[in-house]
Design a binder for this molecule. Structure first.
Ligand code: FMN
Length: 188
């Protein structure tokens, strides 16, 4: 674990012009040198979780792909919007599918979260729902600093969606550096 840290990035928004996807694109420049950020396999086409489907046909291929990516990673970073004060349904559905696997991939996995929203709180309420789910899954949950990108339309370039806000960049840099230390500690 002394070398490079492979951190899987799961973006909770499926839309093309997503601020959260834009946030993920800003991360490599803000990550410590030993952290490599890897884009997670897509989960937008997962069927809605149904135990009958799981029993009849097992786990769909794309669910296995996401689970394998989580297992392979040294840590997982979620970057996601808040929908109705909670996690977006597609993201929750992805977590629900992966959580039913025998060798549950989030168990003892270092995880962290960032959220961007167009509301002023930046997705804060959703993060606490996410923390509840991750606690149940026995993930090792990174604490602070928290990253809430509120009023996202003011923080990204309107045309290029490049992250422009320096205080946001600063807190992300600090969070990623602390998350790297956390992962090293957990996996020592
Ligand atoms: C179904 C739905 C629910 C939403 N609920 C919230 C909310 O609870 N809090 C909030 O700050 N923004 C909420 N929003 C607005 C999102 O912050 C905004 O759409 C944001 O751009 C979504 O992230 P994205 O740009 O990465 O897709 C909601 C949007 C949708 C589509």
């Amino acid at each position: 674990m002394a070398g490079q840290l492979n951190v899987l990035v799961i973006c909770g928004s499926l839309r093309k012009g997503s601020y959260n996807a834009a946030l993920t694109r800003a991360l490599p420049a803000l990550a410590p040198p030993d952290m490599k950020l890897i884009t997670a396999p897509p989960f937008g086409a997962f069927p809605l979780y149904n135990a009958d489907v799981q029993e009849a046909s097992g786990f769909p291929g794309p669910v296995n792909d996401l689970a394998a990516a989580v297992r392979d990673a040294d840590g997982v970073l979620f970057v996601t919007p808040e929908y109705n004060w909670s996690m977006p349904g597609a993201l929750k559905n992805a977590i629900d599918w992966v959580s039913r696997m025998k060798d549950q991939p989030f168990k003892e996995k270092p995880v962290a979260i960032q959220s961007a929203s167009q509301g002023p709180l930046g997705g804060a309420r959703m993060q606490y729902h996410w923390r509840m789910s991750m606690t149940f899954l026995n993930a090792f949950i990174f604490g602070t600093p928290e990253v809430f990108v509120g009023s996202a339309a003011t923080k990204f370039d309107k045309d290029t969606l490049e992250l422009k806000d320096q205080p946001t960049k600063d807190v992300i840099k600090t969070q990623l550096a602390s998350f790297a230390k956390f992962i090293h500690r957990v996996n020592a």
